[in-house]
Design a protein around this ligand. Sequence first.
Ligand code: MN
Length: 259
Amino acid sequence: MKPTVLLTNDDGVSSGGLWAAYAALSEIAEVTVVAPATQQSAVGRSISIFEPIRLHKVIINGFPAYAVDGKPTDAVIIGLYALRLNPDLVVSGINIGENLSFESIMTSGTVGAALEAANQGPRAVAFSLQVNDQGMKFDDPRSDMMHDDSIGDVVKDVCSTIFEKGFPEHTDVLNVNIPAEIKGGYEVTRLAHTLFHTGVEERFDPRGRPYYWIDGPLVEDAEEGTDVHAVRQGRISLTPITLDCTAPAAFEGLRKQFC
Ligand code: MN
């Protein structure tokens, strides 16, 4: 019997990235798509608890899917608790745009969905694809940018290895980032500090009042061993992520200060 996968994302259920993952995973698993109905990038792990959540059965590219009026996290929770899926693995992606560094994974809806899954029980893998042009993240995600079979091959290779050998130990979420041009193999990495030179662009509305766009160029590079550096070099980064953000190194100093 094939292993089962709950497939979600944050670019919306019609995203070309999700369906590239679907095509690759269908060869090795029973895949159920449960994903946000609309673009939900950068919502992180936010959750809808002040609104009802609707679930729609849809057909996309000839395949059945569930579209959730909500966040990526909502889609995972609906998949697990309303549809009662009991997947062997949750896959989130393929996101259009890289999710590198702890700055980025804390806001990523792609990684947010994976974190939620892992917190509820199933282990999860997040896949993201580097884009050469940052503007592509804001294009219609249905646009067919997944022509390159090697992208789906990475999804298939990582997931089939997990099915065969088990999920990596001491890991809740495996964060996989695929370079726009794959020039090397896998590298096990740590998260870099940052992905962007964050800034704001000030503009003026028709009444002369300022408003702001959060914007900023990507960092050029980061230290050896980081996800940012590996992907900049054209290698596929594999970053093991844990849910527990406790900083045990701070225990002693904190006790001295307060106890
Ligand atoms: Mn996205």
